[in-house]
Design a protein around this ligand. Structure first.
Ligand code: TYD
Length: 137
């Protein structure tokens, strides 16, 4: 059985080194494998809090630790993998139908997410048992 987690990828972004300060950019469909329609940020996360325990039916996303660090815990219903993000010049590509949570935020961390679709509550799977049922057909 193919493992959905095998489609997850850490992707390096362009980094323009400059004595005046470094610069990183990301273009839709060029540096990441989808067209992004929306970006949102998670910040001021109190110590120990967990964000985003859910999956998306159709949405793909790219998660960047613009500042500080946090862990992205991914689960395809069979297996869990944890990715620690802590640099602004790479990010994690997470395809649809993977349960994910964001944990272990450092003080003053800033998480930026590029999303393939506009916000649509109907695309969320917020109940883990529902997620397992859909995955297992
Ligand atoms: P949610 O995605 O549930 O947060 P988390 O990643 O921690 O699971 O979003 C929290 C609330 O913010 C939710 O009620 C809807 C709102 N929201 C928007 O209106 N637009 C957005 O793009 C996002 C990501 C959330």
């Amino acid at each position: 059985m193919s493992n959905l987690l095998d489609n997850v990828r850490l992707i390096d972004l362009p980094k323009i080194l400059d004595e005046r300060g470094n610069l990183t950019f990301v273009e839709s469909e060029k540096h990441i494998p989808f067209k992004f329609e929306r970006t949102y940020m998670i910040y001021d996360v109190p110590g120990g809090e967990i964000r985003g325990g859910h999956a998306y039916k159709e949405l793909s996303e790219f998660i960047i630790a613009v500042s500080g660090s946090f862990d992205v815990v991914l689960d395809d219903g069979q297996e869990k993998r944890t990715y620690s993000l802590n640099r602004s010049y790479y990010g994690l590509y997470v395809p649809k139908m993977i349960w994910r949570s964001l944990e272990n935020f450092s003080t003053n961390s800033l998480c930026m997410i590029l999303a393939s679709q506009k916000y649509d509550e109907a695309d969320y799977i917020r109940d883990y048992q529902d997620f397992k049922n859909i995955i297992n057909g």
